[in-house]
Structures are given as C-alpha cells and as structure tokens.
Design a protein around this ligand. Structure first.
Ligand SMILES: [Zn+2]
Length: 410
C-alpha cells in the first residue's frame, strides 16, 4: 500500500482529500494533528483525545530528548506505547525549538517583521542560546543550562528512538527579519541537512527492520521569498537515495506572515509532487486552516487550541471568547450549544467560569476538550465539504460567522 493516497482532484473543488497510511492506522486528510509536546496533550487523557476525534498526535523531539531522554521512550516501545496512544504519531525534528528558544522567540508568527533586517536576529532582552554552523546547532538546554549539539544525524537518531510514525528532517529555522543573504545560506544549509537526514534515516531503518516503518518528511524553508521557497521545494523533491526513493512527504516550515500564508503554501505546493502529503507546521486559526487547505496543505499541527484553553479562551462559531468574563458568572448554557463535545454536553459557562476563578485544574481539562474538538470538527467539516464540492460555501459561512464579515473575496 502506498504511504499516501490522494483522492483525484476534481475540477472546481478547492483543496484535496486523501488518506495517509501509517503502521498505527490511517489519517484522513485534511486533518488537524493535536500537539502533545512532551508525550501528552496537556490535561487530557489519550482516550479522550481519541473520543473527540483526534486522528494523530505530534510530540516534540527537542523536549523528549531533554526529558525523559529518547532511550527511555525507546525502551517503552516507542512514543505511542509510552503515552498509551494507539494511533498514528508524529515528532518534529527539534530544529524549531532549538532555534526559536535559542533566539528567544517562542512563536514565529509573533516576530515583528518590521524590524530592521539582520544576519544575527535575537529577541530583545534575550541571550542567544543556540549557534548554527554548517554541520549542526549547538544549544543550551532551557531546563538546566547544559550544552547540547544537534546535527541532522543526531536528530534522526533521536526521532528513531522516539519511534513516531512520521518524523521530520532537521532544518534551520530563520526569522522574518534575517537578511536575504542569510535566508539563501540557510536554505542551502537546510538542503544539505535534508540529504544527510535521508541517508541516516535509511541507515537506521535498515538497522532495526523489525520495528514499524517510519516515514520521513523533508522541510521547506525560504521565508517570504518566492524564488527561495520554489527552489527549496524543487530541490527537496529531487533528493533521492540510491534506490531512487525520496522523502515520504514534506513539511512547510519557518517564518510565515498570516497574510502571505496561502501564497507561500501555494508556491511550495506548485513545486512538490502531488502524490506526497504536505504538512504545514504550526497553524490552527480557522481562517488559516481554510487558506492552507485551499492552497493544498493536507495536515497541520498547532499547540494553540490546548494552550489558549488553559488561559480560559474558548472557541465558538461566533469567535473566541474568554470564559472568565463577568457576564458568564450566571450563564448556565454550554460554551457552544451546537458543539457535540463532552464539555458542552455536561457543563455550563458558569461552572467553567467558577473553575478558572477558583484556579481548579479541571478548568484546563474541560476547556481543552472543547477547543480540540472545535478545531478537529472544523477540519472534519472542511474535509466533508471538499468531497461534496461545497468548500467555498462552508468557508464563507464559517468565517463570516467567526469573524463577523464575509470572506469570500479573500
Ligand atoms: Zn464543546
């Protein structure tokens, strides 16, 4: 069976549907991949994630490398067995965390693109904790200040021990304010690392043939530059091993401004092979999901639904709101009367308001269940709408309600 079977694109339909086949089950695309950074979706049982429709979970190689260490995950039987998640799993390469934490940026989209361009970019008031050279990255642990080094080979060795079904090549994350010259150098470096990742991935796969096969995705960088994104995509697509086999899929990474998201994804998708899935790293806002899917992305991950839930922000069809607002103190309706999640079936806004005010940890569990279900259900609806030829209608309806204005023109 091929790793990915896209449904044939039909004229007049936006986006595409398909199925990714992994040793731990299928992922029907487009799909939102829930983030469990440290091998747990914070505050929620894996059984609950399954019930609310999560098809796969993405953990973070950097965090699991530092704690508990990849050897322990390996001895447990791999990521899924370790965290009691029977379905498909992903790990990202660690490059994002090594470099974003190293430069003091927690989130690429939060970077100020209006800053003066520079070769060496670091958040204000932060000390540089990561140093890049052509062979890899040396960085200081955010946990205990110890020094570590990731190379493409080390990232592959860590991700093989963690054992997720889908893993990512080690790439250099740049910022929107790096100079054009630095972006060129970085794309060249990421391509060279991609070749080394594929070679090491094949070597490690051959060394332990009894283990479930892992799929490796190359990662496209190139920031906001069309020629760099296209060149990076073409070059990655052209990387093959001695058997003529290339990457199993592609991640679209790095610095993206919200308003350019669809354009940049479109450049990459133009150049990438149609028979491989494309993962967009780090998006979850409803307008971004529609834009990315329309541009050809198949899967996405984002920590936001879970992170904002712990800060009392919940999604609804008419937008996101904060449940700690005084108006919800005596509101005995669910977060969203039309939501089919466990929280909305059993709990009121007044109760959730109370839990946050009383600093009870159940607040995090109940709001995470709702937010994860909201985004997963939205992507499920988009998938169904593509199949029915109703993508544009759904987009106008959902975004018109969520943001309070028509979005068909966008
Ligand atoms: Zn709900």
């Amino acid at each position: 069976m091929p790793f990915f079977t896209p449904d044939a694109d039909l004229p007049g339909r936006r986006g595409r549907t398909g199925v990714i086949h992994t040793p731990h089950g299928d992922i029907h695309t487009p799909a939102f991949i829930a983030v469990g950074t440290k091998a747990t979706v914070k505050a929620v049982l894996p059984e609950t994630m399954r019930e609310l429709g999560a098809q796969a979970v993405l953990a973070n190689a950097y965090h699991l490398y530092l704690q508990p260490g990849p050897d322990i995950v390996d001895e447990a039987g791999g990521l899924g067995a370790f965290m009691n998640w029977p379905g498909p799993t992903f790990t990202d390469s660690g490059g994002f965390q090594v470099l974003s934490l190293g430069a003091g940026f927690r989130k690429v989209l939060s970077m100020d693109a209006n800053r003066v361009q520079a070769d060496d970019v670091i958040a204000e008031g932060k000390q540089r904790l990561a140093h890049v050279d052509d062979d890899g990255v040396t960085f200081i642990s955010h946990l205990d200040g110890s020094t570590h080094r990731f190379t493409p080979e080390v990232s592959m060795q860590i991700q093989h021990k963690i054992g997720a079904d889908i893993i990512f090549a080690f790439d250099e994350l740049t910022t929107l304010v790096n100079t054009r010259g630095y972006q060129e150098e970085s794309v060249r470096r990421t391509q060279a690392w991609a070749v080394r990742c594929l070679t090491e991935h094949r070597r490690l796969s051959a060394a332990r043939p009894e283990r479930p096969a892992q799929a490796l995705f190359g990662v496209v960088q190139g920031a906001q530059y069309e020629d760099l994104r296209r060149q990076a995509s073409r070059d990655l697509a052209g990387i093959v091993d001695s058997d003529g086999r290339g990457f199993d899929g592609y991640g679209i990474g790095g610095a993206l401004e919200k308003q350019n998201l669809a354009t940049i994804v479109g450049w990459c998708v133009d150049e990438l092979p149609d028979d491989k899935p494309r993962h967009l790293l780090g998006i979850s806002e409803p307008d971004d999901l529609f834009a990315a899917i329309a541009a050809g992305a198949d899967t996405f991950d984002c920590v936001s639904p879970s992170r904002v839930a712990r800060n009392a922000a919940v999604y609804s069809p008419t937008g996101r709101f904060n449940i700690t607002g005084a108006r919800y103190r005596r509101d005995f309706t669910p977060i969203d009367a039309d939501c089919d999640c466990y929280t909305c079936a059993n709990y009121t806004r007044a109760y959730l308001h109370h839990l946050f005010k009383a600093k009870e940890i159940l607040s995090a569990t109940l709001c995470t269940i709702h937010n994860e279900r909201f985004i997963i259900r939205l992507v499920d609806q988009i998938r169904a709408a593509i199949g029915a030829g109703e993508f544009d209608d759904l987009r106008e309806h959902v975004l018109g309600s969520y943001y309070g204005h028509s979005t068909r023109a966008q």
